[in-house]
Design a protein around this ligand. Structure first.
Ligand code: PMV
Length: 295
């Protein structure tokens, strides 16, 4: 069998509905894949493996490629419509698209478990010791409840809800995930009660989500999760202001998403005018959909 000269794969980005940071310590989180993503194209070529085109620069890209590809013979082109470093899974989508494309270039398809393990090696280059929720949901698509256990990742697929009016406000400021995770770790055990409260909140939100509760019922839990993320020290004045703006424009609830220290806010069902009000602050606000589960 001759191997392909070119291989391409795509993976969606993600948003964490609830449970970030607590998930690092074994608590569950709920996350969904979004209708934006990253495509990786690999072309065999002579010489060292390297980037031929990418929408961003990152000193860690070389190490990320080395985690998935041979050192020689591959040109890598990356396209993405995910904002980078904002909690929308740009590195996780890259990790999954890269390992899928790398397998395809070798004429293979990865099982979900093998894909998760290979994606972890790439994600670890960016995030040190990730919980796995980000590249887990980017690989799985749809909406999942995720927990890491001593025996490995535990996934439960949740219904992919529609009609919730999911909006993102991108404050434009990147957050550094590894730094934020290290900060939370340093504040333990003083913040452990807040981490435990996040875990309990995820259980309540899972039940409501699965029961088909409307945005008006889910929203207060997002507000509560944001307050707990403030308590563990990962929000910023800009994120708090973006949450306030969403609520002022009728959102049923809003919270920062991802590691914090910058990045995006998720708002549930805001009324009209949010995009213009966000633009007046120099932020982008846009609706986001849940990407379908992987086939
Ligand atoms: O900022 P992001 O999108 O990389 O989200 C990280 C989620 C954390 O829970 C903060 C870290 C992790 O590894 O789960």
């Amino acid at each position: 069998m001759s191997l392909p000269a070119v291989a391409q794969a795509t993976a969606p980005g993600k948003l964490i509905l609830a449970g970030e940071h607590a998930v690092v310590y074994g608590a569950p989180a709920i996350a969904f894949a979004v209708d934006r993503g990253t495509t990786v194209t690999l072309r065999r070529r002579p010489g060292p493996t390297g980037i031929t085109a990418a929408p961003f620069t990152d000193a860690r890209l070389g190490a990320a490629l080395a985690a998935a590809l041979p050192g020689e013979g591959v040109g890598v082109s990356i396209e993405s419509d995910l904002p980078v470093g904002r909690g929308m899974g740009s590195s996780a989508a890259l990790a999954i698209a890269l390992v899928r494309a790398a397998a395809a270039l070798e004429g293979r398809t990865l099982s979900p478990a093998a894909e998760h393990a290979a994606g972890f090696a790439v994600e670890a280059v960016f995030h040190g010791t990730p919980s796995g929720v980000d590249h887990g949901v980017c690989g799985a698509g749809g909406c999942v409840r995720y927990r890491r256990s001593a025996d490995g990742p535990v996934f439960a697929r949740l219904p992919a809800r529609s009609g919730l009016g999911l909006w993102v406000i991108d404050t434009g400021a990147p957050g550094e995930t590894a730094e934020m995770v290290a900060g939370v770790r340093a504040r333990r055990p003083a913040i452990d009660p807040a981490l435990a409260a996040i875990a309990r909140l995820v259980d309540r939100l899972t039940a409501l989500w699965c029961a088909g509760a409307p945005a008006a019922a889910l929203g207060p839990l997002l507000d509560e999760n944001h307050a707990l993320l403030q308590d563990i020290g990962v929000s910023t004045p800009a994120l708090d202001a973006a949450v306030g703006l969403a609520r002022a424009h009728g959102a049923g609830g809003a919270k920062l998403c991802g590691a914090g220290g910058g990045g995006v806010v998720l708002a549930l069902s805001p009324g009209p005018g949010l995009a213009a009000a966000a633009a007046a602050q120099g932020w982008a606000a846009f609706p986001v959909g849940i990407a379908p589960p992987r086939g």
